[in-house]
Design a protein around this ligand. Structure first.
Ligand SMILES: CC(C)(COP(=O)(O)OP(=O)(O)OC[C@H]1O[C@@H](n2cnc3c(N)ncnc32)[C@H](O)[C@@H]1OP(=O)(O)O)[C@@H](O)C(=O)NCCC(=O)NCCS
Length: 209
């Protein structure tokens, strides 16, 4: 099998990030049929991480193109401030109007417009106390062609090491209960549940002793 190459992501990887985000966007499965606008998911969950100055992003390349990514930020509160100040204002203008009902492909697509318009500030630390002990967060998504080959573990360890160098005390992530494979993966890579929600779990991993 052709080698899988891991490298730091660069800005010209953006189209691949949008594509991978969409193709893994339905609890790890392809969400293409759920979106009229194929870029909508990546506008929130992938692209800003690569543009954010403090973002830590790697891609896994296979057969000459990125087929997976890990995207992390060391401080979720600062990231949310940047999202509110820099990233979301033009997105909110771009998606100012709801899509006409005849174009909308799914309830999920409709919900994204609401997500774009929902303010990320102020941050309520009583509702999300884990932001203190686990200030970093991440997203990881691979196309099926490179899943279950040990690359996820390598990329998670890479992010842990980068964050330890920055003295980041911990990292968290959200995962839906409809994605048991991802929950199994996070348990295997050192995460444990810090909060159960009706939609899934917030999981965390402490990085400094
Ligand atoms: C979840 C994902 C990131 C895991 O990465 P991966 O490269 O496939 O995982 P690895 O091969 O590194 O596996 C690491 C460990 O997790 C386990 N694991 C990985 N995927 C699993 C699954 N679907 N079910 C059960 N265990 C799984 C492996 O068995 C392995 O355990 P071991 O070391 O004891 O053998 C990847 O499969 C993926 O991108 N899936 C689709 C998108 C997605 O669901 N992203 C998460 C959204 S929250």
């Amino acid at each position: 099998m052709e080698k899988i190459n891991i490298r730091r992501a660069v800005i010209s990887d953006l189209p691949y990030l949008y594509e991978i985000c969409l193709k893994t966007g339905d609890a790890g499965k392809d969400a293409s049929d759920m979106f009229f606008d194929p870029y909508m998911m990546g506008q929130y969950y992938a692209a800003p991480y690569l543009v954010y100055p403090e973002g830590i992003c790697f891609v896994a390349e296979h057969t000459h193109r990125p087929q997976g990514y890990i995207l992390a930020v060391p401080d979720t509160i600062n990231f949310r401030r940047w999202m509110e100040e820099q990233w979301l204002p033009p997105i909110r203008k771009r998606y100012a109007q709801p899509l006409p009902p005849e174009l909308l492909r799914s309830e999920k697509e409709k919900r994204y417009i609401d997500i774009f318009h929902k303010s990320l500030l102020p941050i309520d630390l009583t509702a999300q106390p884990w932001l203190t002990d686990y200030p970093a967060h991440l997203h990881i998504d691979f196309l099926p062609s490179i899943q279950r080959k040990g690359i996820g573990r390598i990329l998670i360890d890479t992010i842990f090491n980068e964050l330890i160098q920055k003295k980041t005390p911990g990292i968290h992530l959200d995962v839906g209960s409809s994605n048991p494979g991802a929950i199994a993966f996070y348990n295997k890579t050192g995460f444990s549940t810090i909060k159960e929600h009706e939609w899934g779990l917030t999981m965390g991993k402490k990085l400094l002793h």
